[in-house]
Design a protein around this ligand. Structure first.
Ligand SMILES: *Cc1c(COP(=O)(O)O)cnc(C)c1O
Length: 377
């Protein structure tokens, strides 16, 4: 294949917000006009209406907040996390998953993933049995793949508090149950790259329990129970009226269509990419993926594969190249032996490459990605 600089092609991007803008522009500007004309910018009727529409579609209460990180912290706090409590989570995720645990004063405990990078629920069950002091588990539906919600539900019923990180998996489901509705509380993010991404920062806490949702509403607003009455030290973490209006009028109504387009890209990749050196993502029975990412495992020579794609104008990503327990920000909790403690997660972190997947890829771009993969070596 000819390199990008030899042909008149442009980059195939990981995300394409300009094409998204072209598609949502009318609805988004109308939403902004309406909020501007109303002159009410924080915690007004746009946020309430968006919360109730998203909640109705998921089957739970939704409480908008400033971002996904805060959403996880608030979810941990409303379910009664206390300083020093142990929270079992995955070593392979956005750093925010563990940062929320640290910010809530709790202690992150990591266990390995399966060979695809998703939290290994066998090991979770084992560890919970062997260490009775761990009462909270924070699983992540990584890459848009839904973990086994039946198993998470039975863990919850056995007394473990489940907090689902749905930042990459809004709308994903398992056995007919929707991600985010099984945990005592859950959180998601509307960061622009997410499947339901706004035009800035945003997030939400999800819960089936109206009391927890009420508690989350207090926490996001300085811990106020009434005007100038503060029960607890809360956050300033409110979803803006502008973002809520844009989400509700321009993006949420398109979410099903966007998910469908992501699914079509994934199906085309799965049938078109044929290469012995690449392991494609799996499609599991019962689990409906929303294809936030398309992670390919390249056990040998990841750098070579990435360079080949880049030469052909394909932008690639890594999710995530460094395990959370390896990060310097963990300070004294940092683990120098992460590679032997979490061999699966470590292997994924060292061989994963994310191919472009978003709702605005053209058929031609999808074929370029497939040809680029198949022409490697
Ligand atoms: C994006 C993301 C977050 C954090 O969301 P922000 O809105 O960026 O704070 C948390 N967890 C996962 C798995 C994410 O992908």
């Amino acid at each position: 294949m000819a390199r990008l600089d030899e042909v008149n092609e442009s980059w195939v991007l990981q995300n394409d917000f300009q094409r998204q803008w072209a598609e949502i522009r009318q609805d988004a500007t109308a939403a902004m006009e309406e909020v501007g004309a109303r002159g009410w910018y924080v915690l007004g009727r746009e946020v309430a209406a968006f919360e109730s529409e998203l909640g109705a579609s998921l089957g739970c209460e939704v409480v908008g907040c400033g971002n996904g990180l805060d959403g996880i912290e608030i979810a941990l706090r409303v379910t009664g996390i206390s300083p020093g409590d142990k929270v079992l989570t995955t070593p392979l995720s956005a750093f925010a998953t563990t940062l929320a645990i640290l910010r809530s004063g709790a202690e992150p405990i990591f266990t390995d993933t399966d060979d695809r990078g998703l939290l290994d629920l066998d090991q979770v069950e084992c560890l919970l049995k062997s260490d009775g002091s761990i009462r909270v588990c924070l699983p992540v539906h990584l890459y848009g793949e839904c973990l086994d919600l039946e198993r998470l539900d039975s863990l919850g019923k056995s007394g473990v508090t489940i907090i689902e990180d749905c930042a990459q998996a809004l709308g994903a489901s398992f056995g007919g149950r929707v991600a985010g509705t099984v945990g005592a509380a859950s959180a998601t993010s509307f960061y622009p790259t997410k499947n339901l991404g706004c035009l800035g920062d945003g997030g939400a806490v999800l819960s089936r329990d109206p009391k927890l949702a009420q508690a989350a509403k207090r926490l996001r607003d300085y811990g106020q129970s009434g005007k100038y009455e503060h029960d607890q030290p809360g956050l300033n973490s409110r979803l803006d009226e502008l973002q809520a209006a844009i989400l509700r009028r321009a993006l949420f109504p398109r979410l099903a269509g966007f998910q469908q387009r992501r699914r079509r890209v994934a199906e085309r990749y799965l049938s078109g990419i044929r290469h012995d050196g690449l392991r494609l993502p799996r499609v599991q029975k019962d689990s409906i993926r929303v294809w936030h990412l398309f992670p390919v495992l390249v056990p040998e020579n990841r750098e070579g594969f990435e360079a080949h794609l880049r030469d052909l104008g394909i932008q690639v990503g890594r999710h995530y190249p460094t395990l959370i327990p390896e990060q310097a920000a963990l300070g004294s909790r940092r683990l120098s032996d992460a590679s032997s403690r979490f061999p699966n997660a470590f292997r994924v972190s060292r061989c994963e490459v994310s191919l472009p997947i978003h709702p605005f890829l053209t058929t031609h771009e999808i074929e370029r990605v497939i040809d680029a993969c198949n022409s490697w070596r």
